[in-house]
Design a binder for this molecule. Sequence first.
Ligand code: GLU
Length: 359
Amino acid sequence: MTETTSSSAGRVRTRFAPSPTGFIHLGNVRSALYPWAFARATGGDFILRIEDTDVQRSSQAAVDVILDGLQWLGMVPDEGPFYQMQRMDRYRAALADLQAAGHVYPCYMGVEELDALRARQLADKEKPRYDGTWRPEDGKSLPPVPAGVQPVLRFRNPQGGVVAWDDKVKGRVEIRNDELDDLVIARPDGTPTYNFCVVVDDIDMRITHVIRGDDHVNNTPRQINIFRALGKEPPVYAHLPTVLDEHGEKMSKRNGAKPVTHYRDEGYLPDALLNYLARLGWSHGDDEIFSREQLLCWFDLDHLGRSAAQFDEAKLRWVNAQHLKAMADDALAALLAPQLQQQGVSAQALTDGRLPRIC
Ligand code: GLU
């Protein structure tokens, strides 16, 4: 059986769901820009969700860069920020529903046993996967429950058939259910895992279009199966190709990508940055320079690029220069004044009317 995600009717609702485990850079901002622009272009809603369940690596400083960066760029959410750590009770309740409906089972396989299974599968040149030892089936007897072991909960992935969706970037994607093993959706202490929380959030926040980086494409068939087990149809998906840095590596903090707020401090114009990032994976004919208003009028999911885009700082500077040239003198003077004041120029010299003439 092949199942396809339905396209959504009604009001568009998109989200940006960053994990605050590092300072968001321009690659991340592009993953915010597209859902924001799509919501604005269609008269829909844009939601901000902070995925802070990796408590060890999440930080308030990283959250601040997300909030300040979006504020500076004028990409203000209609709802949120919602914090996943504040929604744990809701995930637990959804987990209980799933369990009551028979989609979840306890698994007592310990780490050592899992490691041994993995080593055997690799030696046999098989893809490592959970083998279903604890999956209840009619007529199957399960191993004796070991004493003193807290089980994980696994999702009973459907067997047979295909999970498929029409990705707005990748086109039709089909994954055989038999390639997906039964995912751990709650840890031994009962805390739900990432893929489950994302689905519960996307349901509760009534997300119609998930627009995110293609590093999540492997999660999508699993998430679609969880949606259906919870009795919901999944949203439309668009998985954006990677943004590469100037060395051709995936843009990341580890590779020296700068936090978005750095560009604010360097004097880039928000509209220039939006213009530049919009073109990094989307096109409107041959238009290179456009205003925020034009972007929000034109943006769609039908002209997304399929290949990885490479960041080019010289091009960003050029785009910024075009926006600076197009700005009215007064507006430019208003932007420049605080910077000059910081450099020690007196307030009087900045307000006596000369600055706009110089600009
Ligand atoms: N929190 C994920 C990330 O920062 C995004 C998850 C999603 O968009 O579904 O990569």
